[in-house]
Structures are given as structure tokens and as C-alpha cells.
Design a protein around this ligand. Structure first.
Ligand SMILES: [Zn+2]
Length: 693
């Protein structure tokens, strides 16, 4: 894979600006037409100018250029993408640089899965190529990043989705997984959670597979004739325990740069303990068809034409994972557009550019979209626009292995971000399909809806109309953020108001070799229409946050949402009260009153009064951070939002109190209620102080 030499070549290439300009000279034609500057008395005119500038054909060219080679972190393909991105951004006159880390990560040397009983069969661990696939040798075999190496032979047990309740069901059926290899289907939880739950039950190995009931032929035509997963498609993915902490396993809370002390791998609490690997449903079929033992419950029957049984055996498997661990380079691409009035305040937008395979959807689409936004901003800069606050545009590396690049960057810039970051917008999969969706903290609901109403969507009229149809709701609002993408360090670790949006078409290419140009052009975003729509949406958000006199953040909505979360907890303890939540309701209502005062004061504020109000708005989210962190995972410091320990991706609001209620642990529940109260009091004090100036 020649990772280190690729890294050195990249460094050399970036030293040559002339090469950069020559490389992209043919791609800048769209930026040459200079229109008159928009009217300065209309604050939305620059937003409209940006919306008019973004261009589907420009996004398509970048998507095509980046999809020629697979872009796995630590390989030459990822280095090539970073180089291309810096070249393009530089050619538009933007100030692009690399920020690099060296991160402890797994490197697969050989993966083999052999069925050893009742018959012998070597299973395929990589998809076959189609004629249009270039550089297919560089597509990594199906494997799960951060799985430990291992060579185990054991009987197989089918465990459905591998959730805690699935193991409880197996116990009822009298089936023990101790020392056995569990076969779990993807879905309903983060794959690292499946590995962890298997570890807790003493399994010797884990095989993950994509059942056709979830994203295969039962949903519709399969690749290459349709967008659904075919019998060969393998879902790769990380099994890092990101619900403990993401990023470099050896430097939690610190950037992995020279001089940072490293843990011994045996001390790292986000490394999984059981060898885990993924296969396709075409291969899993052989294992399932031979299983005997009790018939699997009705809800466990998948989409394959066979009777699912749980085993154990007589299916046996030899799982042989030859995986090394070493430090790999992680290179973030970072552009800063300095603010003219508040250069210290930062509006940060990010998308990861690394991918499991070609990654035309995940996440070349998000990064291409953000690059197109950057190009449009460069045109606005030529016409005289200057953002009032600094805009930072970031291409993250290593997201797929465990949010590596974004986490290390956030940890490195912690002090500055805590002091000055206004907001973080994440774009994982943005542009790669037709249905709009968004997630955020409640303070950003209103602005995300407002912007959706102003951005055009050629098929729906507006993005908002798209969102209504995609969500099936008359008044769609963003979901709440759990984890699984690069906003995690910004929101959960540093307390920066965060949002995430994407566009998607129902499909089954996720993390397979078939997340490629054929898929994008034919099924996901033909014509690259939604790449342009998403670029307009992201750009409008950036301009709105950078140029508004009063930051469009509504913390009174946040306080109302916390009351809703508290009610859900009270419902959960309706039968047996564990903790008295009244002090938290009181604090939330007082926080709402204080933030209403702040919002009213903002209407008539000017000059320094305005600065104080914006500072107080920025400080609101930060107040929800408590240094102590969540029980057993102190990297997660946000008192309202975190991913669930047993969901991994999905959000679990007020998770410390919720878990303590479920465990009947009154002391922990009261402790985290008090920390929540303290956070909301501090936020309310800050809001009131600024409102009364
Ligand atoms: Zn992604």
C-alpha cells in the first residue's frame, strides 16, 4: 500500500503552486464571469448570488476526478484526493492547507473466512469488478477497521441484529454463544455495538453480513441494474468503540501530533476485543443454509429464501484475520476565509473526503458539495464580498475508521474553538441523493428551516418542500444528533452548536465497492442536481451564520426541548421513580425565560450590546459541557446529547440520567440531574447578564 511514500510525495507536490495551477487550469472557466456586486442594503443578496453561482457540472467534474481511485485513509488514494483538493482550492485563490496527524490504526494484510463444516468452502471477501471499475486492485477487501487480529475456528450461532435483547432471546432458546462465532446482520445498531455486545457474551468471533431484507433484492433491483445491494456487496466499516470516544485510540482528548504522550494499546478503551469481519449475503447464505438447532423467531427471519435457524452448528467457520496495527497519516484539508469584523469568531463547515472504496456517495458527494460551495464563495470574494466572521471549510480524513481527522483537529484547536467557534455544520453524504434530511441541536432548528425555504430545488420548488415530502411531515424539523459522523467532537466533546444535513436516495451501496460513479450517475443523483442544491444550502447557511448581526440561534427552543426530554424520562420511571426531576424542570423553565429575554434584547441591540448578545449566544451550548463527562466515558461531556451506549449512532438525550434510571441507580441519576441543572443555570445567568446590559 506504500502509505508513507505516498505521504512524502504529497508533501512534495504541495510545495509546487505552479503544478497546482496547471493541473486545474481547465476547470475554472465557471469563475471568470464577474457580475455586478449585489445591493448592499439587502442582507440576503449575497446569499442569492451564491445560490446562483453553484453549478452541477462543476460538482460533477470534481466527483469524477475523485472517484477514479479508492480513497481509504492511510493509502495513496486518500493522499491523492487531499492533493487534488488543495490544488483546486488554491486555483480559486483560497488559502488551503493540510493539517496532519499520525494515528494508531489497523491495516489488513489478509482476511479469510472459510466454512469448515458441514462442508468445506472458501468464502469470497471482496466483490468482483465490473468493466467500468478502474484501479480495482486498490479497493480494500471486506474488513472491519480496528478489529483485532485473530484466527478462530468455531461453531456458528445466528444472533439476528446482535442487540442485547437478541441475546436474551437466545438464552430463552437455550443457546449459548460462549466460545462460538456469532453471525449478525447489519442494521438497528452501530456495528461496533454488535462487536461489543458479542464480546460481553463471550463470543470468540463475529461475522457481520447485509441481509437482503435490509438493503438487498427484497427492496428493488440490485446493482448494476438498480441501486440496491447485490449478492456480492459487502458493507465494510469500523468497529471502533466510538461510543466510548472516537479518534486516535491512543490519544483520547489530545491531538495525535509529535510530543503527545500515547497510551499503550492495551489501555485504549475504544478498541474492540473480538475478531470481527463482514461478508455479503451471497456468502452468508452458505452459512445460514447449513445451520440447524431451533428455528429463529419470526422477527429474525431475513430476506433469503431459506428457513433461518440459530444453531449452534453444524456450520463451523475458520475466521483468520491477519491485521497489523501501525501509525497511519491522516491529512485534513483546511481553508480559512478571514472575517472582516469578527475574525476570531469561526463558522466551521466540514465533510470527510476519505472513503471505504470509491465512495462517490460516502463521502465524495459531501466533500465535492463543500468544494463547490468554496468555489462559489471564491467568486463572491472576487466581487467584493467579505464575511464578517471567519468561515472555515474542512475536508476531513479518516472519518471511516473512527472520525479520526475531525476529532484530532477539534482536540488540537480545542482552546480556540471553545472560545470562538460559533457553529459546526457537517455534510456526510450531502448531495448524494434526492431526499433532504437534517439533524441539529434545537437552537438551530429555526435557521435550518428558514434556509430550506429560500433554497431552490428543481424537483420540488424549494428544499423545504422536498423536506416535507421526504419526512412525510407538514412541518419538518431536524432530528437530534447522536454520533457516527464528524460533528461528534464538536458537539459532544467541545459543546459547539452543531448541525448535519444530507440528501439521499434509498439504496444499498453503503461501504461496498459499488459506491461508485455508475451508482451516482444512474441512480443516486443523475445530473448532479442535488450536489448543486446541497452546495447552495451549505453556502447559504455559512453566509447566514457569518454575516448576521444577531446570530440566528434560538436557545428558548432548546430549553423547551429539554423539558420534552425530561418528560420522556419521567414516563420511563412512571412505575418506579428513581430520581426527582423537578429541579431540572425548574432550571429548564428558568433557562427558557432567560433566553427569551436575550432574544427580545437582541431585537433592539446595537454596537457593543450586540457583541455581548452574540457572545452570550455562543456561550449557551458551551454551558451544557461538564468537564466530568458521562459515566464511564468522560470524553463525552455534553449533558443533553450523546449517542446511546447500546445504539452507537442513534441519539440518547440525557443519556446519563436515562441509563441510571434504567439501572435503578438513584445516586448516579441524581448526580447527573444536578450537573444538568448546573449547566442550565450557567446558561441562563449568561443570557440574563447579556440581556440586561
Ligand atoms: Zn460518511
Amino acid at each position: 500500500m506504500a502509505r508513507l511514500s505516498a505521504h512524502r510525495r504529497l508533501r512534495r507536490a504541495l510545495g509546487s503552486a505552479a503544478v497546482a495551477t496547471a493541473l486545474v487550469a481547465g476547470l475554472t472557466a465557471a469563475t471568470t464571469a464577474v457580475a455586478a456586486p449585489p445591493r448592499s442594503d439587502d442582507p440576503r443578496s449575497w446569499e442569492r448570488a451564491l445560490q446562483e453561482e453553484v453549478d452541477a457540472a462543476s460538482a460533477a467534474r470534481m466527483s469524477e476526478a475523485m472517484s477514479v481511485h479508492p480513497g481509504l485513509v492511510g493509502t495513496e488514494g486518500a493522499a491523492r484526493r487531499a492533493e487534488y483538493s488543495v490544488d483546486m482550492l488554491t486555483s480559486w485563490g483560497l488559502d488551503a492547507k493540510l493539517e496532519s496527524y499520525d494515528v494508531h490504526a489497523s491495516v489488513p494484510r489478509g482476511v479469510s473466512v472459510t466454512m469448515t463444516g458441514p462442508e468445506r468452502r472458501t468464502l469470497e471477501v471482496k466483490e468482483p469488478p465490473f468493466p467500468w471499475h478502474e484501479n480495482f486492485d486498490d479497493v480494500v477487501v471486506g474488513y472491519n477497521a480496528y478489529s483485532p487480529a485473530g484466527d478462530v475456528t468455531a461453531e456458528v450461532v445466528y444472533v439476528n441484529y446482535g442487540l442485547p435483547e437478541d441475546y436474551a432471546k437466545l438464552e430463552e432458546l437455550g443457546v449459548d454463544v460462549e466460545g462460538r462465532i456469532v453471525l449478525a446482520r447489519y442494521g438497528n445498531s452501530f456495528r461496533g455495538v454488535k462487536s461489543k455486545v458479542a464480546e460481553e457474551h463471550g463470543a470468540a468471533g463475529v461475522i457481520l453480513y447485509s441481509d437482503p431484507a435490509d438493503d438487498g433484492f427484497t427492496r428493488g433491483p440490485v446493482y448494476p441494474d438498480g441501486p440496491w445491494r447485490n449478492a456480492d456487496g459487502i458493507q465494510r466499516g469500523s468497529v471502533q468503540y466510538i461510543f466510548n470516544y472516537p479518534g486516535d485510540p491512543l490519544t483520547p482528548g489530545e491531538p495525535s501530533i509529535p510530543g503527545t504522550p500515547r497510551l499503550d494499546p492495551s489501555e485504549a478503551e475504544n478498541l474492540p476485543g473480538v475478531p470481527t469481519t463482514p461478508i455479503s449475503y451471497g456468502q452468508a447464505r452458505h452459512l445460514l443454509a447449513a445451520l440447524e438447532g431451533p428455528r429463529a423467531p419470526e422477527g429474525w427471519q431475513g430476506g433469503l429464501d431459506l428457513d433461518y435457524r440459530v444453531g449452534p452448528g453444524p456450520t463451523t467457520v475458520d475466521l483468520d484475520l491477519d491485521i497489523d496495527y501501525e501509525r497511519i497519516p491522516v491529512n485534513d484539508v483546511v481553508v480559512e476565509i478571514p472575517g472582516s469584523v469578527h475574525p476570531e469568531q469561526k463558522v466551521v463547515l466540514g465533510a470527510h473526503y476519505d472513503s471505504w472504496t470509491y465512495g462517490t456517495k460516502d463521502d465524495v458527494s459531501g466533500w465535492t458539495t463543500l468544494m463547490e460551495t468554496a468555489r462559489a464563495m471564491s467568486v463572491l470574494l472576487d466581487r467584493g464580498w467579505r464575511p464578517e466572521r471567519t468561515i472555515v471549510l474542512a475536508g476531513w480524513d479518516g472519518e471511516e475508521y473512527g472520525l479520526l481527522g475531525a476529532t484530532e483537529w477539534a482536540e488540537q484547536h480545542r482552546a480556540d474553538l471553545i472560545e470562538n467557534a460559533v457553529v459546526y455544520l457537517n455534510m456526510d453524504g450531502a448531495g448524494g441523493g434526492r431526499n433532504f434530511s437534517a439533524g441539529s441541536v434545537p437552537a438551530l432548528d429555526e435557521v435550518l428551516v428558514d434556509i430550506a425555504k429560500t433554497v431552490e430545488d428543481p424537483h420540488h420548488g424549494t428544499v423545504y418542500a422536498n423536506w416535507q415530502q421526504s419526512s412525510g411531515k407538514q412541518r419538518p424539523v431536524p432530528d437530534r444528533l447522536g454520533s457516527g459522523s464528524d460533528y461528534t467532537a464538536f458537539l459532544d466533546h467541545l459543546g459547539i452548536a452543531s448541525a448535519d444535513f444530507g440528501t439521499s436516495t434509498p439504496s444499498g451501496e453503503y461501504h461496498s465497492a459499488y459506491d461508485d460513479l455508475h451508482m451516482m450517475r444512474n441512480f443516486l443523483d443523475p445530473g448532479y442536481t442535488y450536489h448543486a442544491v446541497a452546495a447552495a444550502y451549505a453556502g447559504t447557511f455559512a453566509l447566514r451564520m457569518a454575516d448576521s448581526d444577531v446570530l440566528p440561534m434560538t436557545y428558548s427552543d432548546y430549553a423547551v426541548e429539554v423539558v420534552r426530554h425530561l418528560r420522556a424520562l419521567d414516563e420511563a420511571q412512571a412505575d418506579a421513580a428513581v430520581v426527582d426531576l423537578r429541579p431540572a424542570y425548574d432550571a429548564a423553565r428558568d433557562w427558557r425565560a432567560a433566553t427569551r429575554q436575550l432574544e427580545n434584547a437582541a431585537v433592539r441591540a446595537e454596537g457593543h450590546g450586540l457583541d455581548a448578545i452574540n457572545d452570550a449566544l455562543i456561550a449557551q451550548e458551551r454551558a451544557l459541557i461538564q468537564e466530568e463527562g458521562l459515566p464511564g466515558r468522560e470524553w463525552f461531556k455534553h449533558m443533553v446529547y450523546a449517542p446511546g451506549l447500546y445504539t452507537g449512532y442513534a441519539v440518547q438525550p440525557l443519556s446519563a440520567i436515562d441509563d441510571a434510571i434504567a439501572a435503578g441507580d438513584a445516586a448516579t441519576a441524581a448526580k447527573y440531574r444536578d450537573l444538568l441543572v448546573e449547566s442550565m443555570r450557567q446558561a441562563a445567568d449568561t443570557a440574563r447578564h447579556a440581556a440586561m446590559r
